[in-house]
Design a binder for this molecule. Structure first.
Ligand code: GLN
Length: 279
C-alpha cells in the first residue's frame, strides 16, 4: 500500500519528472491528473490538500510514464482544442496546431458572402473543415482524407459538435471527387516537411503519422500536385489556400503564379513567418 499523497505534492513530483522532456512540465502534469480525476485543472487550486487513492496514483503514474517517453499530451488525453472546438485526436492524424488557426482566419476573410462550397484536402481530425463549418453555418464543407480512420474521426468530431454542414469522404486529394464538383474555396494543410528535416526526430512530430507530415521535393510535392489539379474543381473567382512551412512561402507563391493564379499573397503565423499562401 502506497501512503496517500496530497494533490499538490503529487503534481510537484510529476512536474519534476516531466521537466526533462517538456517545457510545460507542470501544465502537462495538471492535464494528466485532471484526466485521471475527471476534473478541470482549476480543481487543483481549490483542493491542493486532497489526497489521491492508490488507484488514482497508479493511473496517474501510467499516464506520466507515457509522457516521459515523449508521447504528445494530445494523444494521451485523446483531445486537443482548436478554434472554438474541443476535438478528439488519435495517432492516425496530426495534432491540430495554433498556426493552423491562421489558415482558418485567412479563409474567413475570403468567405464574406453566404452559401459557399468549401473543400478541405487532408482534413485529418476535421479541424479546419469543422472550424469553417461552425463559422459559416450556411456554407457546405467537404473534408477528404486518404486515411479511413481519419475520416471516421472527423465524422465523430462533427457529430459531437452537432455540425451538420460538414461531410467527410475518403479520397487521395481530388481522386474520388466528381469532376463536376466545384468549390468557392479549397483549403489544405498538406504534408510539407522535407524528408531530411531533423525536426522530424524531435518532440511531438516523432509520434505523428509521416503520411501527414512529409512530402518529397523538399516538402513541396503534395502542394504542387494540388495546385495542378485544383483549377478543375474551382469555381470562377474561387480561392486556393495552403498552410506550408515557414520558409516555403516564396516557392508556393511561385507555383501558384506559374499555374495562372492571380492575387497571390501570403499571411503570417503567430511567430511572424509567412505560413499561409493563397491565390
Ligand atoms: N506545422 C507542422 C510542424 O512543423 C507540420 C504540419 C504539416 O506537415 N502539415 O510540426
Amino acid at each position: 500500500m502506497i501512503s496517500p499523497m496530497r494533490i499538490d505534492e503529487s503534481l510537484q513530483g510529476a512536474s519534476e519528472r516531466l521537466r526533462f522532456i517538456s517545457d510545460t512540465a507542470l501544465l502537462d502534469a495538471q492535464l494528466l491528473l485532471a484526466q485521471v480525476l475527471k476534473v478541470t485543472t482549476s480543481y487543483f487550486y481549490s483542493w491542493p490538500e486532497k489526497t489521491l487513492t492508490d488507484k488514482e496514483q497508479f493511473q496517474f503514474d501510467v499516464l506520466l510514464k507515457r509522457r516521459e517517453q515523449g508521447e504528445p499530451i494530445a494523444y494521451i488525453l485523446g483531445k486537443q482544442a482548436f478554434w472554438t472546438l474541443d476535438l478528439e485526436v488519435s495517432p492516425c492524424t496530426l495534432i491540430p496546431r495554433a498556426d493552423t488557426e491562421c489558415l482558418v482566419e485567412a479563409a474567413l476573410t475570403v468567405l464574406q458572402a453566404k452559401g459557399k462550397q468549401i473543400l478541405d484536402l487532408g482534413t485529418g481530425t476535421g479541424a479546419i473543415a469543422l472550424a469553417l463549418a461552425t463559422e459559416c453555418r450556411d456554407s457546405e464543407v467537404l473534408g477528404v482524407d486518404l486515411i479511413a480512420d481519419a475520416v471516421s474521426l472527423a465524422k465523430r468530431n462533427a457529430a459531437s459538435h452537432q455540425i451538420s454542414n460538414a461531410r467527410f469522404v475518403q479520397s487521395r486529394w481530388f481522386e474520388q471527387l466528381a469532376e463536376s464538383s466545384k468549390f468557392d474555396l479549397i483549403v489544405s494543410n498538406p504534408p510539407y516537411i522535407d524528408p531530411e528535416d531533423h525536426h522530424l526526430s524531435e518532440g511531438d512530430v516523432r509520434f505523428e503519422p509521416k503520411t501527414a507530415l512529409v512530402a518529397e521535393n523538399h516538402g513541396l510535392a503534395d502542394i504542387e500536385h494540388i495546385i495542378e489539379q485544383a483549377p478543375t474543381f474551382l469555381k470562377a473567382g474561387g480561392h486556393l489556400m495552403f498552410e506550408h512551412g515557414y520558409d516555403q512561402a516564396r516557392a508556393v507563391r511561385g507555383l501558384l503564379i506559374d499555374a495562372g493564379f492571380s492575387d497571390v499573397q501570403s499571411v503570417q503565423d503567430f511567430g511572424g513567418n509567412d505560413r499561409v499562401t493563397m491565390g
